[in-house]
Design a binder for this molecule. Structure first.
Ligand SMILES: Nc1ncnc2c1ncn2[C@@H]1O[C@H](COP(=O)(O)OP(=O)(O)OP(=O)(O)O)[C@@H](O)[C@H]1O
Ligand SMILES: [Mg+2]
Length: 605
């Protein structure tokens, strides 16, 4: 499973392979230069301590190698001059090493952030094609954490692979090469301690990983609480529930604190553990180095110091390498969650033989049924909306009116029966062309966190300022928009909180007017408005319906009176149909709805 995820991630990273290789090259160069400094360090120590010339008779293989490499630089120089040259060389090496290290680091960041962006956009693009049911079943917090956190965490696979694994491997290998050049026995003794470090660190990491999972879970809950509860601030105030909310939040914060402390306990422990371990290794090396019978050679103090420096330097990469499986596992687990979403089938895919939609004659529902899960919501519904006519749907709450409307732009497809546009089943049309014919005003008006202009122009982003103003005027929105602090450039707050219900509706109507679609799907809002606001919205709706083919869920008397045909829906079935007056005369459900809903609303108005 995991190798498959790694391969897929590697595929997504394809555009970055070149940069990746370059970064790898820089990192390797830095590691090699790091190793080389030690070759300079030992002769430098010799000249500084004055115990011997920089190129004195070598007692170890490493010294022989370094003598050979350095003799062109030092040949003929007196000890003082040799020391200066060695310092210059050491500084040059240091500079070069850090240059390569920096370049490698920058390239690595470039690769990983590019990968994260690509993964994120890919996921977002895919989410927009998944069936609506998925969004109703999935908590928003989960989607957010997928697009933001999981995509972000996947990059650690790159960091772990590039920054950590290869770099540390090279560091360890070059260190081992140099160390064994000094004394392979001493190297073996030093190396023998490594498993203790690795095992110790891994124990800590295992616990850390377990707690980190629970900690992330707590963090997610805390985030959900904040967004959810603060979003319902009016509910909290209105019911005087502040204290109860604070107590619940404090309790959750405390759980988070405890979890974090438990996680940190292991994280902070890794440092002292490795430091104590490092100290013990130093003592061991000094002891072994001062016992020629243990390691077989006598090491000069300079060489011993060089060995110690190198051996300690090697500890960090060993530690990091032992963390590699953990960070890789965490990153791949995150990537796997992203891929699981990417693997959900896209429902917004047209048939290969789909044709563009045309509308000249009629929209026909032919024995249409639909169910969300198991229970039928729409059953055996047949009707036609001829071009230019208005068909209204009325019925009690939960009758399936909204669901029925949503079948037209194919938010869902019928489970039985067929909807046809000019005789062509909707499933044979491209979604894009079908939706281009339709203007949609939904029951709960959606106002985006953007300017008034952008909100109205949403369905026609290229509309001019004048066109937008014209639409606003026709929707009776112009006056109140003009009074906003920045007019059409006023930013509407999240969920349009700065607007009243009636104003929001008029923005939505302006949006549909600007798009000027031949077919209008209108789901009238149920929320009651005051008389003046109601009149403004009603006028706007009248203008919107004019010269269009309309399928409308009606809650207003004026709307049903205009309708050429009214369908009365109950439990997903059409139980009455006809024009307003005929239905009234029948004295059935329509009559009852009229008495309850339309007439009272009219009397209020
Ligand atoms: N996404 C969904 N998943 C499952 N069931 C749903 C979903 N949306 C609506 N329903 C159910 O389908 C039925 C019809 O809902 P619908 O929204 O179409 O009613 P409505 O006639 O528009 O009601 P209202 O007048 O209150 O807007 C209801 O019982 C509702 O619980
Ligand atoms: Mg509805």
């Amino acid at each position: 499973m995991q190798p498959r995820v790694a391969r897929r991630l590697f595929e997504v990273a394809r555009p970055y392979w070149g940069l990746f290789a370059l970064g790898l090259g820089c990192t390797l160069m830095a590691s090699i230069l790091d190793g080389i400094t030690i070759i300079i360090l030992i002769p430098l120590l010799k000249t500084l301590f004055g115990t011997a010339g920089a190129l004195a008779q070598p007692s170890t293989q490493l010294e022989a190698i370094s003598n050979q490499l350095l003799s062109p630089f030092l040949g003929g120089a007196d000890p003082g001059e040799a020391g200066t040259r060695l310092v210059m060389l050491l500084l040059a090496g240091l500079l070069l090493k850090n240059l390569f290290g920096y370049a490698g680091g920058q390239l690595s960041i470039g690769v990983q952030e590019g990968l994260v962006r690509d993964l994120r956009v890919k996921l977002y693009r895919h989410l927009l094609t998944i069936d609506l049911g998925f969004f109703q079943r999935t908590r928003q917090g989960q989607l957010v954490s997928g697009i933001i956190a999981d995509a972000d965490q996947s990059k650690q696979a790159v960091t772990a692979a590039l920054g950590s694994f290869f770099q540390n491997l090279v560091l360890i290998l070059s260190s081992l090469f140099i160390l064994s050049g000094i004394s392979w026995r001493l190297t073996a003794i030093t190396l023998a301690t490594a498993p203790i470090l690795v095992l110790g660190i891994q124990q800590l990491l295992r616990r850390l990983r377990r707690h980190a999972g629970e900690w992330a879970e707590q963090r997610g809950q805390l985030t959900s609480t904040v967004t959810e509860r603060l979003g319902a601030i009016k509910l909290i105030r209105g019911y005087g529930a502040e204290e109860q909310e604070i107590a619940a939040f404090a309790e959750q914060s405390d759980r988070y604190r405890r979890r974090l402390i438990r996680t940190q306990r292991f994280q902070t422990l890794t440092h002292p553990v490795s430091e104590i371990f490092g100290g013990m290794v130093i003592i061991l090396i000094i002891w072994a180095a001062s016992n020629p019978d243990v390691i077989g050679v006598t090491l000069s103090p300079e060489v011993t110091i060089g060995f110690l420096a190198m051996a300690l330097k090697m500890m960090a990469p060993i530690k990091a390498l032992s963390q590699f499986p953990t960070s890789m596992a965490l990153a791949l687990a995150a990537a796997e969650r992203v891929f699981a979403w990417l693997d959900r089938p896209a429902s917004e895919v047209d048939r290969p033989d789909a044709v563009p939609a045309r509308f000249e004659r009629d929209l026909v529902f032919d024995r249409v049924s639909f169910q969300y899960d198991t229970e039928a919501v729409v059953t055996d519904v047949s009707f036609a909306v001829p071009k230019g006519k208005v068909v209204a749907i009325v019925g009690p709450s939960g009758a399936g009116k909204t669901t029925l409307l949503e079948l037209v732009p194919r938010f869902h497809d019928p489970s039985a029966g067929e909807i046809r546009l000019d005789g062509v089943p909707l499933t044979n049309l491209t979604r894009r062309s079908l939706r281009d014919l339709i203007g949609l005003v939904s029951q709960d008006t959606v106002v985006l966190n953007d300017t008034v202009h952008a909100n109205i122009a949403y369905g026609r982003p290229l509309a001019t300022r004048d066109q937008v103003r014209e639409a606003a005027r026709a929707a009776n929105a112009f006056d109140f928009v003009s009074r906003l602090p920045e007019g059409f450039d006023t930013l509407l707050g999240e969920r349009g909180t700065r607007l009243s219900g009636g104003q929001r509706q008029r923005i939505a109507i302006a949006r549909a007017l600007l798009r000027d679609p031949p077919i209008l799907i209108l789901d009238e809002a149920t929320s009651a408005l005051d008389t003046e606001s109601e009149r403004l919205v009603q006028e706007a709706i009248d203008r919107l319906m004019r010269d269009r083919t309309v399928l409308v869920v009606a809650h207003r008397l004026a709307t049903v009176q205009h309708a050429d045909e009214i369908l009365v829906l109950e439990d997903g079935r059409i139980i009455e149909r006809g024009p307003h007056l005929a239905l009234l005369a029948r004295g059935g459900l329509y009559r009852r709805l009229y008495d309850l809903q339309f007439r009272t609303a009219e009397e209020v108005a």
